[in-house]
Design a protein around this ligand. Structure first.
Ligand code: CP
Ligand code: NVA
Length: 308
């Protein structure tokens, strides 16, 4: 065998761009199947997955812990306050040490370069559980949430209203794989990464940036938003509230959308800022299905990663 003596590279999931079209579609179908049969297995029996969380989390942390449990494994939470991560131990050392104990690492942190570096030194898989740049597990779950209602994702118009942030970036990347039209309305100064937009367009994705929420919402089947100040940007809250004036998703804004429009938010949400209380609590809001689907999608992602 040509590979004799060569240590295989672990499979990482750091960005939606790590997936090809077939894998991305297969993961959505597999997650739906797993949801329908309340899938449990012993894939991770006797194994421990480290959850390295440098930022707060409710959904991601709990859904990973529960998902790892459904796959027969154990999880272990590491935070900077209670590990040497907070005392500047190099990532390269942390990664090589954890690789000797754990089957994988699920990492929520700041810069994308942190997960890149951890994965570079890891001999086990690394999964991105949110960086400033991307939130790939959330957006793959959101693909499942849309697919359950409207399986032909390539025929949808999806609106993004708000900050051109980590969530927006992963929706841009996913547009390459799933083919939906994505129109992002961002106030000037809060655009998504232009290189990512250019890359998506070069790959044939239908992604456009506009300045008014109405343009984005016109005929949209799904309208998505997220907080105006992400984790790490708390001190910009006031300035962002001013910049995002007029960007709250409310009934008036949705009047131009498709009559069956659904509203999405990865949560946590700030009612009265990016989304009105009425819309959040309305039949059009599918935010708790999105939250549930984190569990099912991450089980599918872990099966794909750990069956390697
Ligand atoms: N949507 C999401 O990632 O939520 P948490 O920050 O609670 O994990
Ligand atoms: N954009 C948000 C998403 C939270 C799940 C943040 O990064 O804080």
């Amino acid at each position: 065998n040509d590979n004799k003596g060569i240590i295989p590279m672990p499979r990482h999931f750091l960005s939606i761009l790590d997936l090809d079209k077939d894998t991305a579609h297969a993961l959505v179908k597999r997650a739906k199947e797993m949801k329908e049969c309340d899938f449990h297995s012993d894939l991770l029996a006797g194994k421990t997955v480290a959850l390295i969380f440098e930022k707060a989390s409710t959904r991601t942390r709990v859904s990973f812990e529960v998902g790892i449990n459904h796959l027969g494994g154990n999880s272990l939470l590491m935070t900077p306050a209670e590990s040497q991560l907070g005392r500047s131990e190099p990532l390269s050392d942390t990664s090589r040490v954890l690789s000797r104990y754990c089957a994988g690492m699920v990492v929520r942190t700041f810069g994308q370069e942190i997960v890149d570096e951890l994965s570079h030194y890891a001999s086990v898989p690394v999964i991105n559980a949110l960086t400033d740049m991307y939130h790939p597990c959330q957006v793959m779950s959101d693909m499942l949430t849309m697919y359950e209602r409207t399986p032909d994702l390539a025929n949808l118009k999806v609106a993004w209203v708000g900050d051109g942030n980590n969530m927006a970036h992963s929706f841009i990347n996913a547009a390459i794989l799933f083919g939906y039209e994505l129109v992002l309305a961002c106030p000037e100064g809060y655009d998504p990464d232009p290189n990512l937009m250019a890359h998506a367009k070069a790959e044939g994705a239908r992604v456009t940036l506009v300045r008014t929420p109405e343009e984005a919402c016109e005929g949209a089947h799904y309208v998505n938003t997220d907080v105006w100040a992400s984790m790490g940007q708390e001190e910009e809250q006031k300035q962002r509230e001013a910049a995002f004036a007029g960007f709250m998703i409310d009934d008036d804004m949705l009047a131009v959308a498709d009559s069956e429009v659904k509203v999405m938010h990865c949560l946590p949400a700030h009612r009265g800022e990016e989304i009105s209380e009425e819309v959040f609590e309305s039949e059009r809001s599918i935010v708790f299905d999105q939250a549930e689907n984190r569990l099912h999608m991450q089980k599918a992602i872990m099966e794909w990663i750990f069956s390697e």
